[in-house]
Design a binder for this molecule. Structure first.
Ligand code: SF4
Ligand code: MG
Length: 327
């Protein structure tokens, strides 16, 4: 329903055009409970769209989101509502995602009251508890967003997300707008909350340094497709996809956490008309004929390590066995 998507996009300040853009296409991403999955890609690759779909604030045009092993669109209304509450999102800019005319007590406390998570008469105490949990002074609960610093406003956004007792949180560039020292504090808060509340995160970022620091697993997205996903260690030590290799090459060897990769050589093609075959072929140093004709499927190249590149052909365990049996 494009109208709905557009309204949501406008509400989010997103620049969704009235064309049907396949921003997210053939995504294949599994997120296990308790995991932090870092989702990395250049701007416009569809990572925010994927995050919004997973957080349930934007409908998918096709494909399916499985929640506890079940297609989310097929859940009965009550379970669908619970699934929606279980997935929350924290945005990049807390100033534009918090209603400037509302006090913290309402920003944080409205949804849990509306959903019957907490009785109205306990709202003030409930909000005070959440404010303490995220490192804010509960005495400030009658204040408005503009009376807080950027880092404090992000803490309000986190308290609001936590208020409905989520299990899964999508962080979309949630620390990108903050100063380095504040970034570190907010990341530490995310990690504390994960440990104490058993949360699962999809951490969307274009800052590979931040992603490396917090992720159990990393996924790379290019023009609407996941092209590689692996446990963090394998990802950084044995990157497979030529796009990943190019991205990691651009992270300078000096540990400069603030470095944000610039687009690798060649323009990013328009997501409106992505190149056929492997979307990466116009920029890939290893491209061959088949890359222009055929989209490479995601293959498991090592346990939990998937990559979509024709160079990996016949390298999945099953195919190796087949090749061996045939020869
Ligand atoms: Fe490069 Fe071809 Fe692999 Fe795509 S499939 S990443 S173009 S080698
Ligand atoms: Mg984005």
């Amino acid at each position: 329903d494009l109208d709905y998507a557009e309204r949501i996009a406008r509400f989010l300040g997103a620049d969704l055009k009235p064309q049907v853009v396949h921003a997210v296409d053939r995504v294949d991403l599994k997120i296990m409970p308790g995991e932090v999955v870092g989702l990395v890609g250049e701007s416009g690759c569809g990572k925010s769209t994927l995050g919004r779909v997973l957080a349930g604030i934007m409908p998918q045009s096709d494909g399916a989101v499985f929640w506890n092993g079940r297609d989310r669109r097929e859940l009965p209304p009550k379970e669908a509502r619970a699934a929606r509450l279980s997935a929350q999102m924290i945005f990049q800019d807390p100033m534009s995602s918090l209603n400037p005319r509302k006090r913290v007590i309402d920003i944080v406390g409205e949804a849990p009251v509306a959903h019957g998570i907490v009785p109205r008469r306990e709202k003030a105490d409930y909000v005070a508890g959440l404010m303490e949990r995220v490192g804010l002074d509960p005495n400030y609960r009658e204040r408005f967003p503009h009376q807080f610093s950027g880092g404090q406003r992000q803490r309000i956004g986190i308290a609001r997300a936590l208020a409905v007792k989520p299990r899964f949180i999508v962080c979309d560039e949630s620390v990108a707008a903050l100063d380095v020292s504040i970034q570190a504090q907010i990341i530490n808060l995310f990690m504390e909350l994960k440990r104490d509340l058993g949360l699962t995160y999809l951490f969307i970022s274009h800052d590979i340094g931040v992603v490396k620091h917090i992720s159990d697993r990393v996924a790379i997205m290019y023009l609407g497709r996941i092209v590689e996903s692996a446990p963090a260690e394998a990802f950084f030590e044995r990157p497979n996809h030529p796009y990943t290799v190019a991205l990691l090459d651009e992270v300078p060897s000096i540990a400069n956490r603030r470095r944000i990769f610039s687009p690798i050589k060649g323009e990013i093609p328009s997501p409106l008309a992505p190149p056929g075959g492997c979307h990466f072929h116009p920029r890939c140093p290893h491209a061959f004929d088949r890359c222009r004709r055929e989209a490479p499927p995601l293959r498991e190249i090592a346990p939990g390590h998937i990559s979509a590149c024709h160079l990996n052909e016949a390298r999945t365990p099953g195919e190796r066995r087949e090749t061996a049996a045939a020869s």
